[in-house]
Design a binder for this molecule. Sequence first.
Ligand SMILES: [Zn+2]
Ligand SMILES: [Zn+2]
Length: 265
Amino acid sequence: MGAPPGLLAFHDWPRRLSKAWRAGGDALGDLVFPWRCAVCEAAGPGLREPFCAPCRGVLRARAAEIQRNSCPRCAMPVGPFADLDKGCSECRGRPLGFDAAIALGYHEDPWRRLCLKLKKEREAWLAPWMTGLLAEARATELALLPADAWVVPVPLHWLRRLHRGYNQSDALAQGLARRLGLETHRPIRRIKYTEHLVGMNLTKRAEIVRGAFQVDARRGPDLKGRTVLLVDDVLTTGATTGAAARALKRAGAARVVVAVLSRAL
Ligand SMILES: [Zn+2]
Ligand SMILES: [Zn+2]
């Protein structure tokens, strides 16, 4: 049994306060609550963000490597001489639901750990820093989005959202939209409560998430011909993201580009 929410919030106040302070970037706050790197936990004077310079360097180098050696359609790793016409050997000819996918890292540490962290509402302050890295590392592709593209988070079912308190994809979408100067919209709803898909194969996952998303009828007309940047934390088999993308396409979206922090291999 965990502590009752009120009690937990009371014990948690120094942490909450330090994060609020950090979000404000206050110099006094940095002295009282020094920053700690979210990857290596090192604290240090002059650290003004959740990634220290060496860790940021490693994350950026890894992101650049992934940009060079991954499939632009499904974001899976490919060899240097891979034929990427209409996708890689993994995804070519396979309907994914979306047109392109951008991943900042692969689902191994530190990204696996950072994504787990982000599932907790109290760690939501990390989201804009993570999407900041994504926007920097993949600036070339993101610059190709039209100015009227919508940034859309993959929604949680309301029951799961109630349980978790917030949707991490929403925090990521907002961070990314702000950084790119685009608008965030929430035109899709998750109408089917699905069990956790961990450990299921692609066919089973696709079957479970079929019809899980629906576009709000009032937002449908605005989606016609629109490019959508669909944002989630992790792209696993692509079944859930694909189902959300299909709902957007059914409503008339012209192109769906997926952006995630982490791509499961
Ligand atoms: Zn570090
Ligand atoms: Zn591919």
